[in-house]
Design a binder for this molecule. Structure first.
Ligand code: NAD
Length: 299
């Protein structure tokens, strides 16, 4: 039988990811600071413990899925962190999207304890997390990749080795910068079309058979009623929060500054999402930029 896997961070993404590990027969030891998030996973068969260090005591393979760099630092190196009780030879996989420099730092601290840390952020959203179709971008020591892949392939259709630790984050940050630009662009184009008298469903259909097609137009359309099963048709609930997108755009801007890389649209997108955070959209899915543009136009 399989040895237990630890899972820390049971939110929009962590919840369905953990469930897929359970489905593949891995016993789970799990933790989240939010009790409600623990309860649901417990009901599906996971053992819930009181802290990240308790997870490390019971499992030598651990996956973390946390909001931001600060949460990851806390979960790994805090007073009740994973590294307090990590077993030698453990494999720690962080799937949160965080600063690549933090991933490198956590890898160093983990190595001191005789264990291995890899960054493995994901792309795909909650739908792909549920169906086990995520894309994982993995950074770390190459010899450990197969061991990581064994677990990640239970949750994802694509598991790609990117290079040394932090390179998974680098790939993810670039993807999300492009995603934000694409989403804002899609929302702008859809809004303009609607104001010109086009039916939004018809406009989406045309875009999706034309050169403007992108993931935001054909898989995650931001206009309510155009597609079923996406946040825009559910009052922008669930999905990928505006706060998280703003965080990722900030990471992209930090990296662009460090490498002196021009990213004018990435920078503008960051400011648009930042503005949304301060105008009541923080908790909504990031496709609510469509609603934001409509409201601004009505001022
Ligand atoms: P979320 O906010 O829904 O879930 C995060 C969970 O972590 C919450 O349940 C929270 O209680 C828990 N948490 C926070 N601090 C903790 C701590 N110190 N100890 C234990 N648990 C803690 O976020 P999410 O949407 O699941 O996203 C997680 C990560 O994945 C983020 O970095 C995000 O950028 C990335 N991501 C999200 C999506 C998406 O579509 N939602 C897609 C790809 C990547």
């Amino acid at each position: 039988s399989k040895t237990p896997v630890g899972f820390i961070g049971l939110g929009n993404m962590g919840n369905p990811m953990a469930k897929n590990l359970l489905k593949h027969g891995y016993p789970l030891v799990a933790f989240d600071v939010f009790p409600e998030a623990c309860k649901e996973i417990q009901d599906t068969g996971a053992q819930i413990v009181d802290s990240p260090s308790d997870v490390a005591e019971k499992a030598d393979r651990i996956i973390t899925m946390l909001p931001s760099s600060l949460n990851a630092i806390d979960v790994y190196t805090g007073p009740n962190g994973v590294l307090k009780k990590v077993k030698k030879g453990s494999l720690l996989i962080d799937s949160s999207t965080i600063d690549p420099a933090v991933s490198k730092e956590l890898a160093k601290e983990t190595e001191k304890m005789g264990a291995v840390f890899m960054d493995a952020p994901v792309s795909g959203g909650v739908g792909a997390a549920r169906s086990g179709n995520l894309t994982f971008m993995v950074g770390g020591v190459e010899q450990e990749f197969d061991a990581a892949k064994e677990l990640l392939s239970c949750m994802g259709a694509n598991v790609v080795y990117c290079g040394e630790v932090g390179t998974g984050q680098a790939a993810k940050i670039c993807n999300n910068m492009l995603l934000a630009i694409g989403m804002i662009g899609t929302a702008e184009a859809m809004n303009l079309g609607i104001r010109l008298g086009l039916d939004p469903k018809l406009l989406a259909k045309i875009l999706n058979m034309s050169s403007g097609r992108c993931w935001s137009s054909d898989t995650y359309n931001p206009v309510p009623g155009v597609m079923e099963g996406v946040p825009s048709s559910n009052n922008y609930q669930g999905g990928f929060g505006t706060t998280l997108m703003t965080k990722d755009l900030g990471l992209a801007q930090d990296s662009a500054t460090k490498t002196k890389t021009p990213t004018p649209l990435g920078s503008l997108s960051h400011q648009v999402y930042r503005l949304m955070c301060s105008k009541g959209y923080a908790q909504k899915d990031f496709s609510s930029v469509f609603q934001f543009l409509r409201e601004e136009e009505n001022l």
